[in-house]
Design a protein around this ligand. Structure first.
Ligand code: NAD
Length: 350
């Protein structure tokens, strides 16, 4: 991948915080520059992802700002430490791409944006469900082509259906409220059930029961060792025939091979993805003139009942502004005080 400095640094005072922003896109530059009018950081933007080959670009920066598909494993973190970087600032909520233990061991901070707009992701999840069910994407193309036939567009009433929610955190809760408005019954599984939600009537069940009862399963839990490939052949076998699975959380929650088999057999009736397990090589880039080498991804796209968006669930004006504001505030706070309310620390093993 080519690595280009797209914007020159903005030099202000002598001791301005120096931050290298990786995986830069136009929307990042536009939004960061607006917020930086107040913060006066010295910013350098790099189009390249952060991974082991691009570590040298971080030499001399106080902080690196990274996104969901940057790879900050132990080797990269060691390299950043040697390059003098003191802080990794994630401009996203998930931190599964960062070796938090290694950062802690080397005294490097990791901060994130825990919530920039749970509404954006919950609303996109709902959009995927509606579109998969009522096939708006197909209907739009048909009508533009002068094809007004309805065959193949048959949907189902959401009213009365059972929705299985995996993860009842910020996004899961908002999604639950939205889908409840359609007259759906919501059941949920969470490793750490929320007492308050339970008191308000959230029906927690175990995973097997959730798979058995749900017409639509929506994933809103983080990617961890435990949740990696949680939607595998066994999980799918336990689901209802024709189930709809929607993943707007993290790609590796779903075992792509297993879900392809499920789709081929008709066991999985609908699949909605905003994330994909090998998305690093694909998403956020215009590859329209490129031969896609990922055969599994190409296979997924051949199914008429699969709808994929390229990690855009978060992408609303409100979320982008929150991401920028929180990132700058996190960096300033951490580099000033050595801590931040949005710092990510290793989980203490019991
Ligand atoms: P959150 O931390 O508020 O909630 C996560 C929930 O998952 C918590 O209730 C937690 O107890 C639960 N959980 C943890 N481990 C679990 C397990 N093993 N099984 C079941 N539940 C478990 O997070 P959130 O803000 O609601 O975000 C959820 C996920 O959405 C994030 O982890 C992130 O990966 C993803 N996300 C995607 C996008 C996007 O653009 N597609 C944007 C933001 C976040």
């Amino acid at each position: 991948m080519t690595t280009t400095k797209t914007t020159s640094t903005v030099k202000q005072e002598k001791k301005a915080i120096k931050m290298a922003v990786f995986s830069t896109k136009n929307w990042v530059v536009d939004s960061f520059n607006v917020v930086n009018d107040r913060y006066k950081f010295e910013l350098s933007y790099f189009e390249s992802r952060m991974y082991k080959k691009t570590v040298p670009l971080a030499e001399g920066f106080d902080a690196v700002c990274v996104f969901v598909n940057d790879v900050l494993d132990a080797e990269v973190i060691e390299g950043l430490h040697k390059a003098g970087v003191k802080l990794i600032a994630l401009r996203c909520a998930g931190f599964n791409n960062v070796d938090i233990e290694k950062a802690k061991e080397l005294g490097m901070g990791v901060v994130r944006v825990p919530a920039y707009s749970p509404y954006a992701v919950a609303e996109h999840t709902l959009g995927l469900i509606l579109s998969l069910n009522r096939k708006y994407h197909k209907a739009h193309s048909r009508v533009r082509d002068g094809n007004f036939a309805l065959d193949g567009l048959l949907g189902f009433d959401l009213h009365g259906k059972t929705i299985g929610l995996i993860g009842t955190g910020k996004i899961g809760q908002i999604f639950s409220q939205l889908i409840s408005g359609f007259g759906c019954r919501v059941i949920a599984y969470d490793k750490f059930p929320n007492k308050e939600l339970k008191e308000k009537g959230m029906e927690y069940v175990d995973l097997q029961e959730l798979y058995k009862q749900s017409d639509i399963i929506s994933l809103h839990c983080p990617l961890t060792h435990e949740t990696f490939h949680m939607i595998n052949e066994y999980a799918i076998a336990a689901m209802k025939d024709g189930v709809m699975i929607v993943n707007t959380s993290r790609g590796p929650l779903v075992d792509t091979n297993a879900v392809i088999e499920g789709l081929k057999k008709g066991k999985v009736g609908y699949l909605g993805l905003d994330v994909y397990e090998e998305e690093e090589e694909l998403f956020f880039e215009d590859l329209s003139e490129t031969v896609i080498q990922d055969d599994q991804f190409v296979r997924l796209q051949t199914f008429p009942n699969v709808l994929i968006t390229a990690h855009q669930a978060f992408f609303t004006k409100e979320a982008v502004l929150n991401i920028s504001e929180t990132t700058f505030s996190n960096v300033k706070e951490y580099l000033g005080k050595g801590t931040s309310e949005n710092q990510v620390l290793p989980v203490v093993k019991k």
